[in-house]
Write a protein that binds this ligand. Structure first.
Ligand SMILES: C[S@@+](CC[C@H](N)C(=O)[O-])C[C@H]1O[C@@H](n2cnc3c(N)ncnc32)[C@H](O)[C@@H]1O
Length: 241
């Protein structure tokens, strides 16, 4: 069965006021509301003060693969509205709340506006694919090597599957190229993509630089979405021969 492409992959938990009565709404808004109201992750995100339900995807990935530890340096690509950044800041201790643990660094970038998150370094209104933006990120790193580049970036969908698949894969390659330049040996890379004919090639290309690359589909990623994540572990480093 063809998986649908969900446009609202990250619905903010603090912007929407849910009307009491959805009668008379268009069928797509009624469907959206019904899904939101019956989604346990939406409620849980609100309770835990996450900016959106996507937080739980990163929590699940990290609970399984354990790369967000105190002191780590993280670059979060496509970070708005900021729930992955919130999780990363907390886990790497970028806000310094764990006084007995090393303090990490989280740099968050998005082409949309990003509202401040305590402990994170924010680069909003910035297209990650722009080389000038990547140079700015490198400057922000201030010589520090990165422990994990994480990307939940997704382009606006056009409705033309081939074009959408190509657009998200191009974002993934842009993240991969950046990651190999800034990562320390043994670092991790996480990218979001939509399952397509390009998945295997991307996985193979990632395997040139990382010892293991696995497909992950967190429970909190909607089953009717084609969304998957690739986690690449143990960066081999760029050997100069
Ligand atoms: C699913 S949302 C990310 C949600 C985020 N991980 C969170 O937990 O709050 C995808 C984001 O990718 C961003 N994006 C898409 N293309 C981008 C690009 N070229 N540069 C930077 N951000 C981009 C979008 O603006 C959008 O905010």
């Amino acid at each position: 069965m063809l998986k649908s492409r969900l446009i609202h992959t990250c619905t903010s938990t603090f912007k929407h006021v849910v009307p009491n009565n959805i009668k008379g709404k268009g069928s797509s808004s009624a469907k959206w509301l019904t899904r939101q109201l019956s989604d346990p992750y939406v409620e849980k995100a609100k309770m835990m003060n996450y900016r959106c339900r996507s937080a739980f995807k990163l929590i699940e990935i990290d609970d399984r693969h354990k790369f967000l530890n105190p002191g780590k340096v993280i670059v979060d690509c496509g970070a708005a509205p900021g729930s992955w950044t919130q999780v990363a800041v907390n886990r790497v201790n970028a806000d310094g709340l764990l006084s007995d643990q090393p303090r990490g660094v989280v740099i968050a970038v998005d082409k949309q506006q990003l509202f401040p998150i305590s402990g994170a370094i924010i680069l909003g209104n910035s297209d990650f694919t722009n080389p000038v933006v990547q140079d700015t990120l490198k400057t922000m790193l201030d010589g520090k090597e990165v422990d994990a580049v994480i990307s939940d970036m997704a382009p606006n969908t056009t409705g033309v599957k081939e074009m959408d698949d190509e657009n998200i894969i191009n974002l993934c390659y842009s993240v991969l190229r950046f990651a190999v330049l800034v990562s320390k040996v043994s670092a991790v890379l996480v990218v979001k993509l939509w399952q397509s004919g390009y998945t295997k090639k991307l996985q193979n290309d990632m395997e040139r630089f990382y010892h293991t690359v696995k497909v992950v589909k967190p429970n909190s990623s909607r089953t009717d979405s084609a969304e998957i994540f690739l986690i690449a572990k143990d960066f081999k480093g760029l050997k100069v021969s």
